[in-house]
Write a protein that binds this ligand. Structure first.
Ligand code: NDP
Length: 521
């Protein structure tokens, strides 16, 4: 049983975050179920900390399987009521547009909340969150303009095909872009009429809880969007195996993708997975080298390297290798680490002590395997209170393809470099990875740009750029980087299924058993 409380989220202030930030955290947060904040009866919580200082920010309810099952029932009941799932698309579009307006009005507060939970630099978070309303606006427009089909059915029939919602969708989201990734899934899912149970990462759940309350205030019916903070193996698995959940959409690591796919498969629920990456950046001899260095530094070090499509491997034509590596190293050494709330800070910490340990482990093993350290590869010394944070220096390594770090995702501010002799070798090296999420090609030769893009075993290619994303543009990977696509018409298809209606237009009498020549199909 849940102890339902009627309290809506508000800005009750208990823990002030330091520095320039105006945001504050409450002592504790519950789950958000059926439009209400809910504290599970067993009182289980986890702590959320500020990775820049290691300081405690707040406690958040940790839901168990029983609470997940009750939330799924709430989501299923509202879905079956038709209140949202069968509502007029104009009404759904109106609510999505209102969410976009309210989100825009709250961007600064939400961005600062994300800075406090993730340690990402405030400049980055404000720029990223400033675009989030576009996802609600895009999917509001898409459902208003999307049309069904009328396939050429045989005989005296009209066959019209509509897209209808799936039911309850389980969303599992990570900590690196807590709101961006949640919204990439929430906007299409609700636009299409589904109900949602969403488990945010235990490391950064609060902004997603605030978003759910904002959606509710904007008119999303209670129970359509439920947020269940908790642990992956318990709450996440319970979502995957709940009988009402018809689709699971995960952004996370590749091992999590396998666990989620197995549980959802056993439940006969469909799956979308956006997983890890090891994106190559191919720098050809005719590229604008200064711009390519700027682009590669942006690709690698933004978000402290904690993005799935980060520039993880830089492949440079041998004739430009030395000059490129010198410029990239100089640039990495100039990156300002510090208080993420300071607008002049260029890179914050990584998310946790465990994450930093994993990064150092991979880099230390690469050094033992003979990697050349151009810069970084250590824990920088920081002034208090940031000496307790999880900072790691921007790191550039020269490697070979036999090293572990060539293949493994680091998920930190580390790029590995290798020279190539010709285009064929560049393509072979770029595709030499278990992952296939994204790649960047730096060249001024338009024919080469498209020829090489065509040979990349990845879902996203940038030419002379990196990291660019739009609600209309399909997003997802090949190989171990996942299954399915976010964004665009692909997301509308992911969050709907077809219903085919076959209408007889000939009103002459027919009887299969009395007419030997009657047509069967
Ligand atoms: P995780 O895979 O650890 O977690 C993702 C989410 O899944 C979290 O909510 C997590 O809960 C939950 N989870 C963990 N284990 C299970 C399980 N057994 N069953 C169900 N749910 C589970 O990823 P991170 O949060 O560490 O995020 C980093 C990863 O995400 C990187 O590998 C990165 O490449 C990938 N990523 C991919 C993107 C893409 O678009 N392809 C974009 C961004 C990141 P809990 O909080 O308890 O761990």
């Amino acid at each position: 049983m849940l102890t339902l409380r009627s309290a809506r989220f508000n800005k009750a202030v208990t823990v002030a975050v330091r520095g320039l930030a105006s945001i504050s955290f409450r002592d504790s947060y519950g789950a958000f179920i059926g439009g209400k904040e809910v504290f599970p009866k067993n009182g289980a919580t986890f702590n959320v900390e500020d990775p820049a200082t290691g300081k405690h920010l707040c406690k958040v309810a940790s839901v168990n399987k029983d609470t997940v099952n009750q939330a799924c029932l709430v989501a299923q009941e509202v879905y079956q009521s038709g209140k949202w799932s069968r509502s007029d698309v104009r009404e759904r579009a109106r609510v999505l547009n209102k969410i976009a307006v309210d989100l825009r009005a709250n961007i600064n507060d939400l961005a600062e909340m994300e800075v406090a939970q993730t340690g990402r630099a405030v400049r980055e978070m404000k720029a990223q969150l400033g675009r989030l309303p576009e996802w609600f606006e895009y999917f509001a427009a898409l459902i208003r303009t999307h049309e069904g089909t009328v396939p050429p059915f045989f005989g005296p029939y009209v066959n019209y095909v509509k897209r209808v919602p799936l039911g309850v969708c389980g969303l599992l989201t990570p900590w690196n872009h807590p709101l961006l990734i949640a919204i990439k899934k929430i906007a299409p899912a609700i636009a299409c009429g589904n109900s949602i149970v969403l488990k945010p990462s235990e490391l950064a759940p609060v902004s997603v809880l605030e978003l759910a309350a904002l959606c509710s205030r904007a008119g999303l019916p209670d129970g359509v969007l439920n947020v269940l903070p908790g642990l992956g193996p318990e709450a996440g698995q319970a979502i995957c195996s709940n009988e009402f959940v018809r689709k699971v959409d995960l952004t996370g690591g590749t091992p999590t993708g396998r666990a989620v796919g197995a549980a959802a498969g056993a439940n006969l629920a469909a799956v979308i997975t956006e997983l890890g990456g090891k994106a190559p950046m191919l720098i050809f001899e005719d590229a604008d080298i200064d711009q390519a260095v700027n682009g590669a530094a942006f690709a690698t070090f933004v978000a402290s390297g904690q993005t799935c499509i980060m520039g993880a491997r830089v492949l440079v034509h041998h004739s430009k290798y030395e000059v490129f590596m010198k410029k990239l190293t100089d640039k990495a050494l100039r990156i300002r680490l510090g208080d993420p709330f300071d607008v002049t800070t260029q890179m914050g910490p990584v998310i946790s002590g465990n994450s930093r340990k994993r990064i150092s482990g991979l880099v230390d093993r690469a050094k033992k395997e003979g990697a050349h350290v151009f810069c970084g590869a250590d824990i920088p010394s920081m002034q208090p209170p940031f000496d307790k944070g999880y900072y790691y220096a921007p790191t550039v390594l020269g490697v070979d393809t036999k090293m572990e770090i060539w293949r493994e995702e680091v998920f930190g501010p580390v790029v590995v470099a290798i020279p190539f002799r010709d285009e064929a070798e560049a393509v072979r090296l770029a595709n030499d990875s278990p992952f296939g999420l994204a790649a960047a090609i730096w060249t001024k030769d338009v024919m080469r740009a498209h020829r090489v893009a065509d040979q990349m075993d990845v879902g996203i290619v940038w030419i002379n750029d990196h990291h660019r994303n739009d609600p209309s543009s399909p997003w997802g990977g090949q190989k171990h980087s996942g299954v399915g696509r976010e964004n665009g018409v692909s997301a509308l298809h992911e969050y709907t299924q077809t219903r085919s209606v076959v209408v007889r237009t000939d009103d002459s009498k027919w009887d299969w058993f009395e007419q030997p020549n009657a047509r069967y199909s």
